[in-house]
Ligand binder design. Structure first.
Ligand SMILES: Nc1ncnc2c1ncn2[C@@H]1O[C@H](COP(=O)(O)OP(=O)(O)OP(=O)(O)O)[C@@H](O)[C@H]1O
Ligand SMILES: [Mg+2]
Length: 423
């Protein structure tokens, strides 16, 4: 593997070999450093730090976020023995909007050339986007030549009429700018901004699931990210402003206990539904304001958790119904994100969706895969996988930026993302 850790006189990693993802989450910020190899990616470092500057996946305190990013990045640098300068950053939050669009053009020269593909995607992209929103992904789903649909690579094929179906993701300009600003202030260039559900899906879904039809749900601290794939292509993405934080907050209020205690009790004793409890234990709950701890039944805890987790999963189901995809996911559901570790969540999701459910943890990576084998790291690992696919598809290499026009350039690159579908 040729990787040396903290190796005194050993050479540091060369910057070009490394791909770094920074997942700016609501509860933690996580930097993942990976090295591109013949077979894919080796994880060579990871750093995490609690996140204090976000609400529901959106930056609300720049200084606190910059501080957390710096800590996470420093830790990852130490572990990977490298210097991090450029990163892929994740974006999520309730401001994300995604929709499908399509365009048609006449093929100029009987055979489909690059210019035709560019024109048809431009035609499909020609929808009115409000001034305060920015396109962050344009992902081709399929091409149709004359009457033949389901074409993934139209280049070189013969035909007279070329049609493209694409998935467009937009974000609030200010939220995207704040992510870039935070990274810059932490001394990092942003190569690209990546939608978190797409990153998580890249880390946890298998190709055959994507072919058959699958729904990935990443339940984090402040957001629940949803991505649906069928026929190997992305069909829908969305972000809900609810997550594990809301569960803990309900417990804190319901049991009148400090938030940190609610968080601990949730992880240790929480179950998605009281129906899944085999025996009803008694647990001790610390009180606020110096009052004595109280003894409560675990069933009561679960009765607080159940409606909230049911709300989150039902809203995710509604997103599927809205996109008309509920019957397009024979592979079922893949749950990931920190809150997917809640006991009984798989069973509850199986009941709500009437579909098979599995937990997703980052796979198809090498190196220090053990340290990232947690549903919390799906987005971080997905960001480096995304970076790899971008670099392998011979896109213009990362640019050096640390000036005022950075966002303009990021936008420019985003617009060039015709082939950002990654696997
Ligand atoms: N064993 C567990 N049981 C229940 N909840 C858990 C468990 N472990 C972690 N969590 C919850 O997972 C959440 C954090 O998940 P994660 O690290 O994926 O979020 P994040 O990426 O920081 O946030 P977001 O993606 O929403 O911005 C917290 O709410 C935490 O309480
Ligand atoms: Mg997250």
């Amino acid at each position: 593997m040729g990787i040396f850790f903290g190796g005194g006189d050993m050479a540091k990693h060369r910057k070009e070999d490394l791909i770094v993802g920074v997942d700016i989450g609501t509860t933690k910020i996580c930097a993942v450093v990976a090295e591109a190899t013949e077979h894919g990616l080796d994880i060579v470092g990871i750093g995490t730090h609690p996140s204090r500057g976000l609400r529901k996946g959106v930056v609300v305190d720049i200084d606190a976020t910059v501080d957390s990013i710096k800590h996470a990045v420093e830790e990852a640098e130490l572990m990977a023995d490298c210097e991090i300068t450029s990163v892929y950053a994740g974006i999520a939050g309730g401001h994300i909007r995604a929709f499908n669009s399509h365009g048609v053009v006449a093929v100029k020269d009987r055979d489909v050339r690059e210019g035709d593909v560019k024109r048809v995607i431009d035609a499909a992209k020609a929808v009115a986007i409000p001034m305060d929103r920015e396109v962050i992904h344009v992902i081709p789903q399929e091409f149709i030549i004359d009457d033949q649909d389901g074409i993934r690579e139209p280049l070189g094929m013969s035909g007279v009429r070329l049609e493209a179906k694409i998935h467009i993701v937009t974000a609030a300009v200010t939220s995207a700018q704040n992510i870039v600003k935070c990274c810059n202030k932490a001394g990092l260039n942003v190569i690209d901004i990546v939608l978190e559900p797409l990153a998580s899906a890249a880390a946890v879904l298998a190709d055959d699931e994507r072919e058959l039809g699958v729904c990935m749900i990443d339940i984090g601290g402040g957001t629940t990210d949803i991505a649906v794939f069928a026929d190997g292509a992305i069909k829908s993405t969305s972000v809900l402003g609810l997550g594990g934080y809301h569960l803990s907050n309900d417990i804190a209020v319901g049991l009148r206990t400090p938030f940190e205690e609610a968080e601990r009790i949730k992880k240790k004793f929480g179950v998605a539904s009281a129906r899944f409890l085999s025996s009803d234990d008694i647990i001790s709950v610390p009180s606020v304001g110096g009052r004595k701890p109280r003894e409560i039944s675990r069933k009561i805890l679960c009765e607080i958790i159940e409606p909230r987790i049911e709300e989150i999963l039902s809203l995710a189901r509604q997103e599927l119904i809205r996109a008309d995809l509920l019957d397009r996911i024979p592979s079922g559901l893949v749950l990931t994100g920190g809150a997917s570790a809640l006991a009984g969540i798989g069973e509850l999701a199986e009941e709500i969706f009437e579909s098979p459910v599995r937990q997703g943890i980052p796979s198809s990576i090498g190196g220090l895969q053990d340290v990232v084998r947690s549903p919390m790291y799906s987005t971080g690992v997905g960001l480096v996988l995304f970076g790899l696919s971008q670099q392998r598809s011979a896109k213009p290499s990362s640019f050096k930026i640390r000036d005022g026009s950075i966002f303009g350039r990021v936008k420019q690159r985003m617009r060039e993302w015709f082939y950002s579908e990654f696997d």
